[in-house]
Ligand binder design. Structure first.
Ligand SMILES: [Zn+2]
Length: 101
């Protein structure tokens, strides 16, 4: 029997393996590295814990890129890419699913 917890665990496992494969594959040449880097950023949706701390919550402010798919009037899927500076103060309003007008 499969429950939700197992599914989430499997997802994490696959994502980790994927990242490892990409990291291994990106070791040849600068072009490959740059591509690999930006793809990992998209997958992990962040650049890791470094940079300035928020004065209000004390968390490290992270630059996070969100990619939101939406269906255009012509019926094609399009993507909006946005950069956000995120800490505990605003993570909920940024990471929640918003409808695109
Ligand atoms: Zn904060």
């Amino acid at each position: 029997m499969i429950n939700i917890k197992n599914i989430i665990h499997l997802c994490n496992f696959f994502l980790t393996s994927l990242l490892q494969i990409i990291e291994l594959g990106g070791k040849g040449g600068d072009m490959g590295k740059r591509k690999t880097r930006s793809f990992i950023d998209k997958v992990t949706k962040g650049t890791g814990p470094r940079g300035a701390r928020c004065e209000i919550c004390g968390e490290i402010i992270q630059n996070i890129k969100t990619i939101r798919p939406y269906k255009s009037k012509s019926g094609n899927w399009r993507y909006i890419e946005e950069m956000h500076k995120v800490c505990k103060c605003n993570e909920k309003e940024i990471l929640i699913d918003k409808s695109i007008s």
